[in-house]
Design a protein around this ligand. Structure first.
Ligand SMILES: *Cc1c(COP(=O)(O)O)cnc(C)c1O
Length: 371
């Protein structure tokens, strides 16, 4: 297949996928491994798809070092669906706690309020969501069914560099993390996590697949009003096939898991290689932005996301001109989220060093035209 010269895509999601994955999916579109069928046309109960599903599950478990007492569920409904599905399954009539660090945790807190008494243990709203409140200051409700955080705030560009240890805060309750926009970019300390969920369309594959990784003892307590298709117990008992799972999404995510596992950076492989690459690329961009008086990132350094980097031009009247020039150079989807404004560069796993260098070269060039 011919190699296309593709632009660099900085979209926050749905987002860039590794070119190699797209090539494989394209090559197998009409005939997966000699089956005579494309993956979208297969029965989810047939041997071919079961093989695809089992490899994807196994590779994700390896990649994220998921312990054996956690189930991996392939669901639908997206991150926003999980904002309801988590309280429907985990709240058991108790209160639920939230730490607000940006738009996504705010949304989750609001939605949970439909199904449970939804409380705020800490909030960074006063800082304009440019920081993460020190866990030592959180007012954790020890009787809450769980505490929810968004471990990477896609819109505000705020990321937990370390997951909170709720036991050390005196609360023996499960931690729920919405890791939609940084899953598979770094390791997860499962000793601190009861449930992790992620929509696939940021770092893993096409929209429509939602990954839920949940400790077994948290399964089986759904509220009676929980829809069957979203009841973790039914989904787990049926190996994610209680209803038809998003087969195409599972297949493409499986190709991405395989790709991540094969990545190398010096002596590092797999997730460690990806993480090293992400750290290098994000540091490169933050260092450039910090050294410039023309561009600005407002997030406290300790809370800065490796994945989503919002920034502003000092002269915001030039935003449209900046974006048009970027597009002309093949640097796509740099416009910031409307609630924050400015620009945002998302450097997900599929971003190459060349893409980051091309962006920085353009930032320098644009700054010069304003001298
Ligand atoms: C994108 C995103 C979501 C929403 O996912 P949907 O698939 O649109 O429901 C939720 N949480 C975070 C952190 C996200 O980045």
């Amino acid at each position: 297949m011919t190699q296309l010269q593709r632009p660099f895509n900085f979209s926050a999601g749905p987002a860039a996928l590794p070119e190699e994955v797209l090539q494989t999916a394209a090559a197998e579109m009409l005939d997966w491994h000699g089956s005579g069928l494309g993956v979208m046309e297969m029965s989810h109960r047939g041997a071919e798809f079961i093989a695809i599903y089992e490899k994807a599950e196994r590779d994700l478990r390896t990649l994220l070092a998921v312990p054996s007492d956690y189930r991996i569920l392939f669901m639908q409904g997206g991150g926003i669906g999980e904002n309801a599905i988590v309280p429907l399954n985990l709240s058991r009539g108790a209160a639920v706690d939230f730490v607000l660090t940006g738009s996504w945790s705010q949304k989750s807190h609001k939605e949970a309020g439909k199904y449970a008494h939804s409380q705020i243990a800490a909030s960074a709203e006063a800082s304009g969501f440019t920081a993460i409140p020190d866990p030592a200051t959180w007012q954790v409700n020890q009787k809450a069914a769980y505490l929810h955080i968004c471990s990477n705030e896609t819109i505000h560009g705020v990321e937990f560099q370390e997951l909170p240890d709720l036991k050390a805060l005196g609360a023996d309750i499960p931690l729920v993390i919405d890791c939609s926009s940084h899953i598979a970019s770094r390791t997860i300390d499962w000793s601190r996590v009861g449930l992790a969920f992620a929509g696939a369309q940021k770092n893993l594959g096409p929209a429509g697949l939602t990954i839920v990784i949940v400790r077994e003892d948290l399964i089986g307590h759904a509220l009676p009003i929980c829809p069957s298709a979203f009841n973790y117990e039914l989904v787990a008992k049926n190996d994610s096939m209680y209803n038809t799972p998003p087969t195409w999404g599972i297949y493409v995510a499986g190709l991405v898991f395989d790709w991540v596992l094969r990545q190398q950076e010096g002596s590092l492989t797999g997730l460690a290689a990806i993480e090293a690459r992400n750290i290098r690329q994000a540091s490169r961009l933050y260092d450039f932005l910090d050294a410039s008086s023309f561009y600005q990132n407002r997030v406290q350094p300790a809370a800065r996301s490796r994945m989503n980097i919002p920034f502003f031009l000092t002269d915001e009247s030039r935003n449209a001109e900046f974006l048009a020039g970027a597009k002309a150079r093949g640097l796509l989807q740099l416009k910031g989220h409307k609630s924050v404004g400015g620009m945002r560069a998302s450097l997900y796993n599929a971003m190459s060093d060349a893409g980051v260098e091309a962006l920085i070269a353009y930032l320098q060039e644009f700054e010069k035209t304003s001298a």
